[in-house]
Design a protein around this ligand. Structure first.
Ligand code: AR6
Length: 172
């Protein structure tokens, strides 16, 4: 099966896909950024469910229902905090994308939307992070048929485009 990649500018909580990915923290109990937005949109049942999971390690991913979201599933992954790049950050970030696709395959999700994991509060340089995102998704065997990279601001769109040199909303 061929994997279709898309780039859109917007709020991931509004994406009409089978699963959206959350850039979470170890506790899985919510936070700021995209994590806060997803918890607000999913409703309080999400944090209640997450309390039963016992957290998540950096580079790993765990799946929950989407509750009030359009997306049926939320895949929570914990990206690395940027400490200069010499502390395993690239490998851990790549692992977030691989593990998220593995969780999507387990529930037979066909369409998955990713935020730019680690590039906000966790400080990962945006161009390096978007390069890893695209390379890892392209090289990971999966039954997912469409991956949508959701950029929340123009700087993030530009970072994806600097790698791909293609327009928003077109095939990558
Ligand atoms: N839709 C899509 N992307 C978003 C949205 C949104 N609604 N909101 C923010 N972004 P961040 P991190 C982008 O900080 O760096 C939380 O407190 C944002 O512009 O959300 O992995 C967690 O609990 C950036 O490009 O996640 C953790 O403690 C990207 O999402 C910590 O932050 C990631 O920014 C995780 O930090």
């Amino acid at each position: 099966m061929t994997l279709r990649l898309e780039l859109v500018l917007g709020d991931i909580t509004a994406e009409d896909v089978d699963a959206i990915v959350n850039a979470a923290n170890h506790t899985l109990l919510g936070g700021g950024g995209v994590d806060g937005a997803i918890h607000r949109a999913a409703g309080p049942e999400l944090v209640e469910y997450c309390r039963t999971l016992g957290g998540c390690e950096t580079g790993e991913a765990t799946i929950t229902p989407g509750f009030n979201l359009t997306a049926r599933w939320v895949i929570h992954t914990v990206g690395p905090v940027w400490h200069g790049g010499g502390h395993g950050e690239p490998e851990l970030l790549a692992s977030c994308y691989r593990e998220s696709l593995a969780r999507a395959d387990e529930v037979e999700a066909e369409t998955v939307a990713f935020p730019a994991i680690s590039t906000g509060v966790f400080g990962y340089p945006i161009e390096a992070a978007t390069a890893i995102a695209i390379e890892t998704v392209r090289s990971t065997p999966t039954n997912v048929s469409e991956v949508r990279f959701v950029a929340f601001n123009q700087e993030t769109v530009d970072a994806y485009q600097s790698i791909l040199d293609l327009s928003t909303g077109t095939d990558l």
